[in-house]
Ligand binder design. Structure first.
Ligand code: DX5
Ligand code: ZN
Length: 229
């Protein structure tokens, strides 16, 4: 898939189910369930035990679901919550990542890192923590395809949404240029509409989707709330 084809799939309002909250003993069926319900962006959380305390999953697991995601017409949205992210871009691109997002707090070379991701044929994303001002990405107009504003502190699913997040995304919107605004953490039917109204289009939801009795129904309800925002 070319980068422009990837970008076309990312365009528009999306709920991106985060597999962090899925049952890993049946990961393939869990991904199929949300994709059958219409999800086209599957969010993949990588944690290294250093940038954030938990250790999660890496390229091996990404490659185990990438074909399934692509065959269903979707993209794999990799979120690196790791130190030295530049050392891992190539492995994730080889594993089938379509978008690779790293944290601005994890490297002094944000601009160079974004270029390295694009050279691998992936959409390039930069994430900022709740405590990082939007000005941290204001010089990246044209260099980033995705800007991810964390709406919880990274590291765990199921945390409470930080209430100042819609206001922060409103301030991010004018500095984001053409980059899509992604939000991650505490997104559900109560918060999705406030985030799209503020300017986000890609909304990650983990526990609100996979923690629900019926993930497909939960996905559809959050999408409806996002579209009504
Ligand atoms: C948290 C991760 C999120 C997580 C979101 O650090 O980056 O993607 O899965 O989980 P919820 O939607 O439960 O807040
Ligand atoms: Zn994430």
């Amino acid at each position: 898939m070319s980068t422009s084809e990837k970008r076309l799939i990312y365009d528009g309002i999306h709920i991106a189910p985060s597999i962090l909250s899925a049952d890993f003993s049946r990961l393939g069926p869990a991904v199929a369930e949300v994709m059958d319900a219409g999800a086209r962006v599957i969010h993949f959380d990588v944690m290294d035990g250093c940038f954030v305390p938990p250790i999660t999953i890496g390229p091996l697991v990404a490659s185990s679901i990438a074909d399934q995601v692509h065959e269903a017409g979707g993209v794999l949205d990799v979120h690196l919550m790791i130190d030295r992210p530049d050392l891992q871009f190539e492995e994730f691109a080889k594993a089938g990542a379509d978008g690779i997002t790293f944290h601005a707090e994890a490297t002094p070379h944000v601009h160079r890192a974004l270029g390295a991701i694009r050279e691998l044929g992936c959409l390039a994303g930069v994430a900022i923590n709740p405590g990082t001002p939007v000005e941290a990405v204001s010089e990246l107009r044209g260099s980033a395809d995705l800007i991810l504003a964390m709406t919880v502190n990274p590291g765990w699913g199921g945390q409470a949404f930080i209430e100042g997040s819609p206001d922060k995304v409103s301030r991010l919107k004018p500095v984001a240029g053409d980059a899509l605004i992604e939000v991650d953490g505490g997104i559900g039917t109560e918060t999705a509409g406030r985030m799209t109204a503020a300017g986000a289009s890609l909304l990650v939801a983990g526990s609100a989707v996979f923690g629900a009795g019926d993930p497909a129904e939960a996905y559809s309800k959050i999408l409806a709330a996002a579209e009504a925002g």
